[in-house]
Design a protein around this ligand. Sequence first.
Ligand SMILES: O=C(O)c1cccc(O)c1O
Ligand SMILES: [Fe+2]
Length: 285
Amino acid sequence: MIKLADVSYVRLGTRDLEGATHFATEYLGLDVAERAKGSVYFKSDAREHTLCYFEGDPGDQVVCFEVEEQSHLDEAATQLESLGHPVRRGTASEAALRKVHDFIAFRDPTGNPIELAWRPAYSGRRYHGARDAGITGFSHVGLCSSDLARDEAFWTKVTNAQVSDRIGDAPLLRIDEVHHTIALFPSPKAGIQHINHQVETGDDIMRSHQFLKDRQVRMVFGPGRHPTSSAKFLYFEGPEGMVFEYSSGVREIADELLWRERQFMFEPKGFCKWGAKPNITEFNK
Ligand SMILES: O=C(O)c1cccc(O)c1O
Ligand SMILES: [Fe+2]
């Protein structure tokens, strides 16, 4: 069993690095951690970086999870290979680009590129945000799934992920006390379905809604409130159609023994208890 300790970062290809950087700083509210040749690193919390945009194919979307021991990488590689997932060991220069000590790369059953990293860099520099969006950190990803039952089985049997709740057959998966760190949504293609940052309060959600709307950022869902995690939320569109979510007040499951996964309807009311309707393909039948 592969123990995922945390979600570390996402890497997104872009055809317009300057445009993506403008969005990430001025609109989303991240800090530039570093500008390198052909890529920009962004900071959203105590980590050195949690997002990297690089010049390349916008279809190249990678999510990385942290593991606690270097030996976990070898164990994971053996297990993944035996299950038919080819595994690639990161080279030293690739690890340096990711600001990690060591990593492996593979694809989940849908074909989503996944990395597992040992010792991702944390930072002594505090995140403060180019604009005051109230971000407290990078928190979860939605992943596309071409077969929800198969992919739920992959994540829950091969890794420590556990189902917290389901919306239709879409599982919200936790790897620690946070209600979910990975969520799977139906899609014929592979890729990252959305990227979530937590914000401090419901006021931050509403303030960003006004701020982003005034600047013609395309709103795709909310403001609303998830019945599952109970978080208030807002979804909007970033560069190359990527969906970004802010949410505030995500449930923590402190006592797993007392928690039973719940079933919600794959309908707008399963996604929002205030009645907002998603304009997001993967959230609609
Ligand atoms: O927070 C949630 O519960 C949630 C539910 C549906 C879809 C999401 O993206 C979520 O974050
Ligand atoms: Fe989400």
